[in-house]
Design a protein around this ligand. Structure first.
Ligand code: UT7
Length: 338
């Protein structure tokens, strides 16, 4: 067994993100379905998103983001001792993308763990990595969150509520132990779920409930596209993210005024604004980049974190709060001292 070193925290020593180069604007989507740039901007804040080219998979985006994180950490990739990958859109039904990233990086035979908690996947993965690092089980973890949503959305009028929201992208972190007494690192993670609402946002089929699990009938019924009860998800996201942040702040003896940057999962800009309003955090301290990428699910928070760092919005000692809500339902929060 490993003993947790007194005062040891997990610190982010490297971060990078990668989005596919192809920009798809709201006007591009107008050509495919009965929607409008005005509707999409007003209802979601999204202006454009990225879509992969055919043949590019989630593990390819994850690999590119991982290379950037490794470079940013200034380590050799051979120093990585565990990969944790978060995605709802693996290249294949199984195995997950963790092993594919491992093979692409040439890191056989280190462990590769996949986390499937959709929009909350990044914070769930961060919480797992944090436990491993603080116990000393692993010393340099590559955490990568990546999604390719664009290849399984219904671009007809039936699917327009979801097809306009989601985009492709990836981000990765290197996580290491930090024993210095400067208070930096991950201060807490809090995870929540309510599985009674799984059917509010899910990919219902293929399912092991059917034999065979893939039929023409299911395809004709469009069961292979994701479904969302947008209103219910919106309402719960707007309530549960502030709840999770309040629990996290209380746990750490912090006040809302201590938060330098709040990074909510980028699901809908109206949700982010409601979260800020609910918590009474001024919007200038809330990271909002959904206009550029849409909802990149597990990748949205780490992409936003990396961009915030690049834009000079983060300095040493700052309190950063992350929160997410999504399919499951799952929701979560994390507090970092940068
Ligand atoms: O990552 C976590 C998971 N996702 C989320 O958190 C997203 C949560 N939900 C949402 O963001 C919003 O519910 C949506 C953006 C999906 C929808 O916004 P809304 O304000 O809840 O609109 P609505 O569902 O009430 O739809 C209003 C109308 C409907 O028409 P009728 O029934 O009033 O005639 C929809 O059919 O807008 C229609 N509509 C569209 N119109 C143009 C739905 N999608 C579109 C579209 N373009 N893309």
């Amino acid at each position: 067994m490993w003993a947790i070193a007194m005062g040891r925290r997990t610190i982010i020593t490297g971060i990078g993100h990668f989005v596919p180069p192809r920009v798809v604007t709201n006007f591009d989507l107008e050509k495919l379905m009965n929607t409008s740039d005005e509707w999409i901007r007003q209802r979601s804040g999204i202006v454009e998103r990225r879509h992969v080219e055919p043949g590019v998979g989630t593990s390819d985006l994850a690999y590119e983001a991982s290379l950037r994180a490794i470079q940013s950490a200034g380590i050799e990739k051979s120093e990585i001792d565990l990969i944790i990958a978060a995605t709802l859109s693996p290249d294949h039904y199984f195995p997950g993308i963790g092993v594919q990233v491992q093979a692409k990086l040439g890191l056989v035979p280190i462990g590769a763990l996949d986390i499937r908690n959709q929009c909350s996947g990044f914070i769930y993965a961060l919480s797992v990595a944090d436990q491993y690092v603080r116990t000393g089980a692993y010393k340099k973890i590559l955490l990568v969150a990546a999604e390719v949503q664009s290849t399984n959305l219904d671009y007809s009028d039936n699917g327009r509520d979801m097809a306009v929201l989601f985009g492709d992208g990836a981000a990765a972190l290197i996580l290491e132990p930090h024993d210095a007494e400067d208070g930096r690192g991950i201060l807490s993670t809090h995870l929540f779920a309510d599985g009674r609402h799984a059917a509010d946002l899910w990919l219902e089929r293929p399912s092991c409930l059917d034999k065979p699990c893939v039929t023409e009938e299911l395809a004709r019924a469009k069961k292979f596209f994701p479904y969302m009860d947008g209103k219910n998800v919106f309402k719960n996201a707007s309530e549960k993210m502030p709840d999770a942040v309040r629990i996290a702040l209380q746990h750490n003896g912090l006040k809302v005024e201590d938060v330098v940057l709040l990074i909510p999962h980028q699901a809908n800009d109206r949700i982010s604004q409601m979260v800020a309003h609910n918590l009474k955090i001024p919007l200038e301290r809330v990271v909002r980049n959904i206009h550029k990428y849409g909802n990149t699910t597990a990748a949205s928070i780490p992409i936003a974190l990396d961009e915030s760092i690049q834009e000079g919005r983060v300095k040493a000692g700052d309190i950063i709060v992350l929160t997410a809500f999504g399919s499951g339902y799952t929701w979560a929060s994390a507090v970092l001292r940068w």
